[in-house]
Design a protein around this ligand. Structure first.
Ligand code: ADP
Ligand code: DP6
Length: 394
């Protein structure tokens, strides 16, 4: 009779928002990018995935591997998810072959249960946190001696940007040049504690599912945009160098300029895609104007906008400039949800925005998220799978 022992491991994983964007695959099957990228990992106190991986010889093999995501069964048959299972299992199988006393976890069906504490597939990088947690949880379950960089190779195959969520702080994904992708992985440029004052104000413009997925959007850009060649050969390599330097020197003005230029460059290649792809909308553009007004009024660069494959604005700023940045947006958007009252205490009324910009923001921003740079995945004893293998109801 099969043993009914249920093996379990849980982890949390963070979201990351790129300041030099990944956009383009040179090998869609292995998920190898056309350019390196760099991101800031955001605090798990505000946005996080919690995933429990479990396996047991008592799980019916007819069930196969499964994932329950936010309480709903999620398809694991996709090539990307399968690649992650395969890579992790084969590493566990190698450990078991070298040490026959280890339980044969690699032969058991996997049951994963995961929860995002923020909207899934709404342009808030759930796939990054989700696949990072997926890979980290199974690696913990299998007790793999793999480093975060090695695990990033696996997470990359789930979703490119996920490879950067294996680390906290400031993280680069080096594109690599090997055909098998063995050098396309993430590393940490700086710990969160190196520059802990970095904050992010997210203006949630639309919590609905996005139009063109990043996976298909970037393929269309690679196939049809002429501007894209300039981006991957010149713009991004230069931005990567400038960004690493800005982070090492904690030079916010340089960090901000590269962040905004790189977001603009990425969205320009989207507009140059044929037919064009538009991720930003009028509300996004109003957020850009607001950031420009804030920087002009303060007389130095205190805020930087960036946009992924959707209209939400992520605005980076330093804690010491909370008054100018957060104060200005709060003045206009004070009615909506998400403001952290503790961080607003004592903020004096700030500068006012152009009436048109203010009214577009008011009508289009549904909530804000106030967060900042944070740590990488964390092991936890908070289990979403009970000792008997059933999903924990919460
Ligand atoms: P987003 O903008 O939130 O990253 P995407 O459409 O790019 O949206 O990715 C959403 C997909 O990522 C989901 O459909 C699911 O496949 C995967 N995903 C999200 N969260 C998780 C999770 N916690 N565990 C595993 N996969 C996840
Ligand atoms: C605009 O990582 O979602 O957010 O590898 O196809 O899953 P896949 O793409 P994904 O693309 C992210 C694109 C981006 C920029 C970035 O995060 O670097």
């Amino acid at each position: 009779m099969a043993s009914d022992t249920v093996y379990r491991a849980s982890t949390t994983a963070p979201v990351n928002i790129a300041v030099v964007k990944y956009w383009g695959k040179r090998d869609p099957k292995l998920n190898l990018p056309t350019n390196s990228s760099l991101s800031v990992t955001l605090s798990q106190a505000d946005l996080r995935t919690l995933t429990t991986a479990s396996c047991s010889a008592s799980y019916p093999s007819s069930d196969g591997d499964s994932l329950l995501l936010n309480g709903e069964p999620s398809d694991v048959a996709g090539a990307r998810t399968q690649a992650c299972f395969r890579e992790l299992r084969s590493r566990r199988a190698a450990l078991e072959a070298a040490n026959p006393s280890l339980p044969k976890l690699s032969a058991m069906p996997l049951r994963l249960v995961s929860e995002n504490n923020f909207p899934t597939a709404a342009g808030l990088a759930s796939s990054a946190a989700g696949f990072a947690a997926f890979v980290r949880a199974i690696a913990n379950l299998y007790e793999l001696p793999a480093s975060p960089s090695e695990l990033s190779l696996i997470a990359r195959q789930g979703s490119g940007s996920a490879c950067r969520s294996l680390f906290g702080g400031y993280v680069a994904w080096r594109m690599g040049d090997k055909a098998d992708g063995s050098d396309s992985m993430a590393d940490q440029v700086a710990e969160a504690s190196h520059w802990p004052e970095m904050r992010a104000l997210i203006l949630v413009v639309s919590a609905a599912k996005k139009g063109v997925s990043s996976t298909s959007g970037m393929q269309q850009t690679v196939a049809t945009s002429g501007l894209f060649q300039e981006r991957i050969t010149k713009v991004v390599p230069q931005n990567m160098d400038l960004m690493e330097k800005a982070i090492k020197e904690k030079d916010f003005a340089a960090f901000a300029e590269v962040t905004m230029r790189d977001s603009n460059s990425f969205h320009a290649t989207c507009a140059d895609t044929y037919p064009p792809i538009f991720y930003m909308n009028d509300v996004s553009r109003a957020a850009i104007r607001a950031v420009e007004t804030i920087n002009a009024n303060v007389g130095r660069t205190v805020a930087a906008y960036t946009f992924d494959a959707g209209p939400n604005a992520v605005i980076y700023y330093l804690e010491q400039d909370t008054e100018a940045v957060v104060g200005t947006f709060y003045h206009v958007l004070g009615e909506i949800d998400g403001w952290k009252q503790a961080s607003l205490k004592g903020l004096k009324p700030s500068m006012s925005l152009d009436g048109g910009v203010a009214s577009i923001l008011k009508s289009g921003v549904s909530r804000v998220i106030m967060t900042g740079v944070g740590e990488g995945p964390m092991k936890t004893d908070d289990f979403l799978v009970a000792e008997d293998g059933s999903p924990v109801k919460r």
